[in-house]
Write a protein that binds this ligand. Structure first.
Ligand code: NAP
Length: 220
């Protein structure tokens, strides 16, 4: 697939770009500063070797022209960034991997944005875009370790079947990931907030956990 990552220069966006490009997708790493995207893509191409042709750099607006787009900014800038890209994102699926979190002392805590989640807030601001959740619970460190397969279910909330199916199509390009429909965007608050719980597990046990749901194997 042709995928754009808005805010693609951070640890999460870079790692996702590597993983998606390794999985045969053509990826545009977007940034507010295309020069920064250029520099990051240069670094990532060295890691990708003969698959480096799958990676491209651009502005966030150029990334948002892709067939499917991932939003990978910090929560504070997510809605404003998406609103700036309203035209490019019209009638398109936008997968939000954004979590609204704060680190209080040594602990991660979920913040509750307006409409309950960042994904629902973006959907409220962009009614003509099909916003979904995805990738919230995949640690950047694991996404970036492309020599290792991932092993995780990915909770996808969406108000539309098309949004879910296109997000599932994207996830199915990555070996070891399984898309699980997790309800409408009314449930995105739980998906985003769960990230704080998983990060606290990581801190306590000095690890990177991902999620697998039991009981899905026959129908999921
Ligand atoms: N890190 C992880 O393991 C992980 C895993 C799953 C989900 N997530 C989620 O993915 C998102 C990105 O995580 P990250 O660690 O990569 O974050 P980050 O490094 O703080 O930000 C990602 C990129 O967003 C852009 N950005 C920064 N502030 C912005 C603002 N106010 N408005 C618009 N763009 C801004 C920057 O790119 P430019 O300056 O180049 O524009 C930055 O490189 C977060 O919401 C996080 O909760 C992270």
């Amino acid at each position: 697939m042709n995928v754009g990552i808005v805010g693609g220069t951070g640890p999460a966006g870079r790692a996702l770009a590597l993983r998606l490009a390794t999985s045969g997708n053509s990826v545009v790493v977007g940034s507010r500063d295309p020069m920064r995207a250029d520099a990051i893509v240069g670094e990532l191409r060295e890691l990708l070797g003969d698959r480096s042709g799958f990676l491209h750099a651009g502005s966030n607006a150029e990334a948002a022209l892709s067939q499917i787009v991932v939003l990978a900014t910090p929560w504070e800038g997510a809605v404003a960034t998406a609103v700036d890209l309203k035209e490019q994102l019209r009638a398109k699926v936008l997968v939000s991997m954004v979590n609204a979190l704060a680190r209080i002392g040594g602990e991660f805590q979920a913040l509750i944005p307006s409409r309950g989640s960042i994904a629902a807030s973006v959907q409220g601001a962009l009614p003509e875009t099909l916003v979904t959740t995805g990738f919230q619970h995949l640690p950047a460190a694991d996404l970036a370790r492309i020599e290792r397969n991932l092993d995780a279910d990915v909770l996808v909330c969406s108000d539309s079947e098309r949004g879910f199916l296109e997000t599932k199509d994207l996830l199915s390009t990555v070996s070891g990931l399984n898309a699980v429909y997790a309800g409408s965007l009314a449930s995105a608050n739980s998906v985003e907030a769960l990230t704080a719980v998983l990060l606290n597990v990581n801190v306590r046990y000095k690890t990177h956990v991902s999620m697998r749901l039991t009981g899905l194997s026959e129908n999921g």
